[in-house]
Design a protein around this ligand. Structure first.
Ligand code: CDP
Ligand code: CDP
Length: 232
């Protein structure tokens, strides 16, 4: 067995980061960490408390006093498609953070430098030591700029919205495909254009477009690249 790498997977909403990263981690026996879940958890807390998303100083303090834990799902939960269990100040919010409303709030919160600073430090702590697959928007550029393998996962906006829409349908959320496409486009635009840590491909990231690729095929490609890096 080679070295235990740090693998960073970044990309826009619905490109397959969580699903693929989880599978790559399982194939390599690595830890899987979903950084977006942390932004979503703080966003949920802010929404519940009624803290305005324009109150930057308040949101930064709120983030500092928040405890987020990411845990591996049980075998049963995993079989049901769950990737990371998320606990917000000790309360499970795994399902609660997966709404379109929380996604939008998370992307607004993610524009605040002070909030990012706190969460990035936690992500660095959680992933220290390697043997980890972390996914998000700034993992290869800011959180782990020295990651041995960086992937920028892409797919067309239409396919990404279609994938997300299907998930909402399965949960019984009756959003139209157009509404989901709009939500995804709006969030991508904000993520790509923000001043702090925008969504951008790191120069040394491998671009993987999985518009026409399945989950398994995409994960196998990344594992192949990881094995190559680990051996070199
Ligand atoms: O984490 P991210 O928003 O990038 O995407 P995801 O939650 O992993 O994937 C969104 C949906 O697309 C999930 O339901 C995946 O099962 C599905 N997917 C797919 O059908 N084909 C792929 N190649 C990748 C993901
Ligand atoms: O699953 P999906 O790709 O839709 O979103 P997510 O990964 O759960 O992230 C939700 C939001 O958090 C994103 O739209 C970003 O604004 C923000 N985020 C970020 O700024 N940096 C990260 N490393 C991860 C997420």
């Amino acid at each position: 067995m080679g070295r235990r790498l740090t693998i960073a997977i970044d990309g826009p909403a619905g490109s397959g980061k969580s699903t693929v990263a989880r599978q790559v981690a399982a194939m390599l026996g690595y830890l899987y960490l979903d950084s977006g879940a942390m932004y979503r958890a703080v966003a949920l807390k802010a929404l519940e408390r009624g803290t305005g998303l324009d109150k930057h100083a308040e949101l930064e303090s709120l983030t500092r006093e928040t405890h987020i834990e990411l845990k591996a799902p049980t075998a049963e939960q995993e079989a049901a498609g769950l990737k990371n269990r998320v606990f917000l100040d000790g309360r499970e919010v795994t399902e609660a953070i997966r709404t379109a409303e929380v996604a939008q709030a998370a992307s607004q919160l993610a524009t605040i430098a002070g909030v990012r600073e706190v969460l990035v430090a936690e992500q660095q702590r959680a992933g220290q030591g390697g043997g980890v697959v972390m996914e998000g928007r700034d993992i290869g550029t800011v959180v782990f700029p020295n990651a041995e393998l960086k992937i920028f996962l892409e797919a067309s906006p239409e396919v990404r919205a279609q994938r997300r829409w299907k998930e909402h349908q399965e949960k019984g959320d009756h959003l139209t495909l157009i509404e989901v496409l709009q939500e995804v486009r709006e969030r991508d635009k904000r993520d790509r254009e923000r001043k702090v840590s925008p969504l951008v491909r790191a120069k040394d990231a491998v671009l993987v477009d999985n518009t026409a690729m399945g989950i398994e095929e995409t994960a196998r490609l990344i594992v192949f690249l990881a094995n190559e890096r680990a051996a070199s």
